[in-house]
Design a protein around this ligand. Structure first.
Ligand code: 5GP
Length: 130
């Protein structure tokens, strides 16, 4: 089944400059900006500029240049926000939600970089409310 990308999603609008974002980093193939509803002191979203719906779409169809650029952008955010132990922080969590079970709200591939406090357990046990 082919991947289907909806150009009307909010991150596509950010990439087209139709709505603003709190930009943290821009590279040739990637954009990082602060989450509008942060769940921790550091909560940055990193997105590829290409039209990919989720991580598996990106991993399957992005070019090597896009994949490398994105990976390095995520690492740069971890360091530049100070959450990486390498830059004096206490660590961080990367999350990429996909589909309904993953509770993906915006259907444009993104990775959440979350940190700046103790984050607690990894996921809610199945069946418990969030
Ligand atoms: P997910 O799709 O992984 O569930 O999460 C989407 C994330 O995008 C949420 O954490 C939400 O707060 C964030 N978000 C939704 N709309 C906007 C927006 O217009 N600007 C920014 N900066 N973040 C947004």
């Amino acid at each position: 089944m082919a991947y289907s990308y909806d150009n009307s999603n909010i991150f596509a609008k950010i990439l087209r400059g139709e709505i603003p974002c709190g930009k943290v980093l821009e590279t040739e193939h990637s954009l990082a900006f602060n989450d509008i509803a942060p769940k921790a002191p550091v909560h940055v979203l990193v997105i590829p500029k290409g039209s990919y719906v989720n991580f598996d779409h990106f991993a399957a169809e992005a070019s090597d240049a896009e994949l490398a650029d994105f990976s390095r952008a995520v690492g740069e955010i971890c360091r530049s926000t100070g959450v990486a132990e390498h830059s004096g922080g206490n660590g961080y969590r990367l999350i990429s939600n996909s589909g309904s079970d993953g509770v993906q709200v915006v259907p444009h591939m993104h990775v959440h970089v979350i940190g700046g406090c103790l984050l607690g357990s990894f996921v809610q046990p199945a069946g418990e409310s969030q």
